[in-house]
Ligand binder design. Structure first.
Ligand code: FE2
Ligand code: FE2
Length: 359
């Protein structure tokens, strides 16, 4: 039986239940958020804070450590917002093709995700701007330090070109799953962070619920997209492309952390008052695992979770066994630190509870 997008009808029915309350779930709490209530609250998992546990971290005063934690949140969610704009562009391209040539109901669900993402983006930017203002920083300043944002433009350009050449967005949908899992892992750890600000937790919980559905879309569509690729060569190229892409998406630091990401982290540390040259050196030492060869337990667990989710996705693909083994090897190169278990029992597998919509 030919693979179909039938499952999107179920996803649409779930979305229909919540769509009228989007503002209430996102923008209302974001607008009500008052940065003066930050107190001692974190905004990001402590152990996932950039440079956590490094000598430069210990040299920072406690209030600067907290600032770095909050700026790690701002950078992470600015990147998320930009990635959501990028996926909106590609979703609408996919919806255009689908409404002309395929199932209009599926195209409506693709467009529905755009509606949801637009609300997420607005809420994130609202919170980020307030946190920055608390530190007398502007969104322009944050954007200037986040040089890795331009990768989103490259992602859209690549998939637009591929989509135009191939006449569909199968390659885009095939890669989206790894973006979702990566974002989910960090977000769920943030929600579970004990000292997180309650308003931010509420928004992130609501976001995680929407994104769990977007991830089902990515997974389901990815499997169908691969089956619909006509030749074994296109399928093999798609699989190899996915494995490299997934290996380059990461939490914390990876096999070879790219220049753009190092620059973003360095400049973020500099915003906390560390001189640029010292921040750059600290960043190289952190990325190259000079002082902490092994990640803090939560980071390690997150990386392990991301790798496992990707392995399961690969297992479910309609691909030859040799190709799946090869994909896993490519992925594991970026995740060598969790591919080989430490064996000391220090880190258990991460488990996330079922989420319910925060009131
Ligand atoms: Fe989102
Ligand atoms: Fe999403």
């Amino acid at each position: 039986m030919a693979a179909t997008f039938e499952f999107t009808r179920r996803l649409m029915a779930v979305s229909d239940r919540d769509v009228d309350r989007l503002r209430e779930h996102f923008l209302d709490p974001a607008e009500a958020f008052d940065a003066e209530t930050l107190g001692e609250h974190t905004l990001f998992p402590l152990e996932m804070t950039w440079f956590y546990g490094e000598p430069v971290w210990h040299d920072l005063a406690p209030e600067k450590q907290l600032m770095l934690n909050r700026l790690s949140f701002c950078q992470s969610y600015l990147s998320t917002a930009v990635a959501e704009v990028a996926t909106n562009v590609l979703n609408l391209q996919a919806a255009l093709g689908t409404i002309i040539d395929d199932d209009p109901e599926v195209s409506l669900y693709m467009a529905r995700e755009v509606v949801e993402e637009t609300m997420h983006i607005e809420a994130f930017l609202c919170i980020i701007k307030k946190v920055l203002a608390y530190y007398e920083l502007s969104l322009d300043q944050l954007r200037a330090t986040n040089v890795s944002l331009r990768m989103a433009r490259q992602y859209v350009a690549l998939h637009t070109a591929l989509g135009w050449l191939r006449g569909n967005q199968h390659y885009y949908y095939f890669t989206r799953f790894s973006l979702n899992v990566n974002q989910k892992t960090v977000e769920r750890c943030t929600i579970n962070e004990p000292a997180i600000h309650p308003t931010v937790r509420t928004i992130l919980k609501n976001h995680a619920i929407d994104e769990a559905r977007h991830m089902q879309m990515s997974r389901g569509t990815g499997l169908v997209a691969l089956e619909r690729m006509r030749t074994p060569i296109t399928r093999t190229l798609a699989c190899l492309g996915y494995a490299h892409f997934a290996a380059n998406n990461y939490i914390g630091r990876n096999g070879r952390t790219s220049k753009l990401r190092r620059e973003t982290r360095t400049q973020t540390l500099a915003l906390c008052g560390v001189p640029y040259a010292q921040a750059a050196e600290a960043c190289d030492q952190w990325c190259d695992r000079v002082h902490q060869p092994v990640d803090p337990p939560l980071v390690r667990a997150g990386r392990d979770y991301y790798r496992r989710c990707n392995h399961r996705y690969i297992d479910d693909l309609q691909s030859p066994a040799w190709l799946k083994r090869h994909m896993k090897r490519i992925l594991d190169k970026g995740y060598a630190d969790v591919a080989a278990p430490l064996g000391d029992g220090s880190v258990g597998p991460i488990e996330f509870d079922d989420l319910t919509r925060a009131a």
